[in-house]
Design a binder for this molecule. Structure first.
Ligand SMILES: [Zn+2]
Length: 158
């Protein structure tokens, strides 16, 4: 084992890359099965049976501790803004059309709605790309270089 990868906390050489630990500790599963059993309780004997099935990802406790960073999409905020904006526009359009009987403001609102939608989608792209490049990628790179001490649990970059 490489002495460069000694734990700075306790000096142990028993260290491993977190990415390797994570891969070893996770498994994608697809299982199907049944169960049946009997329980004995104060008020009598009960029998239980059932079945289960599903796909999933199993992670050991250790794998959870050394999991890679999550990719988030903060740009989705703009989509929520656009949805609220569109609802407000629709409300105003309804008022103009059915109560005030005006057509021109409805057309103007329609143009605003489309504009806001385009703006929101481009803002979302920009924000998500920024997050991925400036925050997620460096975090992932750091994670790839990290080691985990099997003796004391310290995570470090050698
Ligand atoms: Zn250690």
């Amino acid at each position: 084992m490489n002495t460069l990868n000694r734990c700075p906390e306790c000096g142990s050489k028993q260290t491993r890359k977190v990415s390797v630990i994570y891969e070893e500790g996770t498994a994608d599963t697809h299982q199907r099965g049944g169960f049946a059993g009997t329980t004995f309780e104060r008020d009598g004997i009960h029998s239980l049976s059932g079945h289960y099935g599903g796909r999933g990802r199993v992670e050991t406790k250790l794998a959870q501790r050394v999991a890679p960073p999550h990719l988030q999409s903060p740009g989705d905020f703009y989509i929520r803004v656009a949805i609220l904006g569109s609802l407000a526009c629709l409300l105003l359009m309804g008022i103009c059309l059915f109560i005030l009987d005006l057509m021109l403001p409805v057309l103007v609102l329609l143009v605003i709605m489309v504009g806001v939608a385009f703006w929101a989608f481009s803002q979302r792209e920009t924000a998500n790309r920024w997050h991925q490049e400036r925050i997620y990628q460096p975090q992932l790179e750091q994670w790839r270089q990290s080691y985990y001490c099997l003796r004391c649990g310290h995570t470090f970059i050698p």
